[in-house]
Write a protein that binds this ligand. Structure first.
Ligand code: AVJ
Ligand code: FE
Length: 405
């Protein structure tokens, strides 16, 4: 009993926190911007909102209490696998008011049901509140997705956006294309590294099981690559040098006519601005670069005479984050692209559903690590694995380079 009461309190606080964030994020957004599709890559914001409620009803009511669905049609409209994002505006979506009513109604029933469930038993879905933690993290992940959608709106200045950026890296660096002085890298000893975790009450299936990886010694940048450093690559003609790019990356760079990170604009000989939440501002040179694709990160690393870290190297380095002399800002500034394709660890078992991660395993997706400024602390951890296509850059992704020791 004692354990359950504590667990319930923790669950309620987690659910409340996620919902407060979602509603605060959407409150200043007018209905037109809630309904419209800003980019074929993203859903209308009202889809994300109702999808969050649908997922919550599915996992915290239907699957654990046997409750009937509010509306069976939502299983089609709000299942992320039924319709690609670009088709979602043409679906019979709930409007802004209806979506808010739906998520609030689901939440009220979830809180009622919570007191009737046994969270101390053997059911792995319920044990220690696993499925609630999954739903809390899911909502926060969609909040990050919605933040990416809002950033794509070129004419909507969100009033709360002041702090919506990664933390600047402490710098004494000076400019100059070729001569830009990069911060030093950190040596990480080789050896056996225990990657992943066996934790079962909070983390996602793709973070398990913990397994040994043999890693040769390597070096990794102490800090994420800054806008100043990335600008040096741009000014040095990095986007025009085919030899720096992976073949598919060069084809993408040509086809999409990419010349700088997304949202950058040249303002003069060497000056750049960026658009951030509907406002133009000077490019903050000491902030970690974001909105670069894997292909851009990979080309940048090659220009540096370096490479992207493997996923295992990244996680091994993250064990030193916060230590004097260790790598810094690995968690919570920008997602960092790794060299590794998304796959299951040896002995991977999908839980509680294949569509969270297993269906994405393969060579199409690259792993990102670390979490961004938009990633809630409930999702931010050294074992967390994110993934996306190597051409994507609307996510808050940057780069940190590595090299053989
Ligand atoms: C882990 C960010 C790739 O958005 O596709 C949201 C998270 N899974 N709903 C995604 C997710 C189900 C997922 N990523
Ligand atoms: Fe989802």
């Amino acid at each position: 009993m004692g354990v359950t009461v504590g667990t319930e309190t923790r669950i309620e606080a987690g659910l409340d926190g996620a919902r407060a964030r979602t509603l605060a994020l959407l409150a200043p957004v007018d209905d037109t911007n809630l309904i419209r599709q800003v980019s074929p890559l993203m859903s209308p914001l009202v889809w994300d909102l109702a999808h969050v409620g649908h997922y919550e009803e599915l996992w915290l009511l239907r699957n654990i209490t046997g409750a009937a669905p509010t509306n069976e049609l939502y299983d089609d409209v709000y299942d992320a696998f039924k319709h690609p994002r670009r088709d979602r505006p043409s679906l019979p979506l709930l409007g802004p008011v209806e979506a808010r009513v739906f998520v609030a109604d689901v939440r009220a029933r979830v809180l009622d049901a919570l007191t009737t469930l046994d969270l101390d038993g053997d059911d792995p879905l319920l044990h220690d509140g696993f499925v609630y933690g999954m739903v809390v993290q899911h909502e926060h992940q969609h909040d990050e997705t919605m933040l990416a959608t809002i950033q794509l709106m070129n004419d909507f200045a969100h009033p709360d956006a002041d702090g919506w950026h990664p933390t600047a890296v402490l710098s004494s660096e000076t400019d100059g294309p070729r001569s830009v002085a990069f911060r030093e890298s950190v040596h990480i000893d080789g050896g056996t590294f225990a990657m992943g975790t066996d934790e079962r009450t909070w983390v996602y299936d793709n973070e398990r099981p913990r397994h040994d990886v043999e890693l040769p010694a390597f070096r990794i940048d102490r800090t994420p690559v800054t806008n100043r450093q990335y600008r040096a690559f741009v000014e040095d003609g990095g986007y025009d040098e085919e030899r720096l790019w992976a073949p598919d990356g060069w084809a993408w760079r040509q086809e999409a006519a990419v010349e700088a990170p997304q949202f950058w604009r040249r303002e003069g000989a060497r000056d750049w601005s960026r658009r951030r939440y509907g406002r133009r501002e000077d490019l903050p040179l000491d902030e970690p670069v974001q909105h670069v694709s894997w292909y851009e990160a990979d080309a940048f690393a090659r220009w540096r005479g370096a490479r992207l870290p493997s996923e295992a190297e990244w996680e091994a380095a993250a064990a030193h984050d916060g230590e004097a002399g260790g790598p810094q800002q690995m968690l919570g500034d920008v997602w960092e692209w790794t060299a590794t394709d998304f796959g299951g660890y040896p002995g991977f078992v999908p839980f509680p559903y294949r569509e969270y991660s297993e269906v994405f395993f393969g060579s199409e997706y690259k792993v990102l690590r670390g979490g961004s400024w938009a990633t809630d602390p409930t999702v931010r951890r050294a074992t967390f694995r994110n993934w996306d296509y190597p051409i994507r850059r609307q996510i808050f992704a940057g780069v940190r380079c590595a090299a053989d020791a």
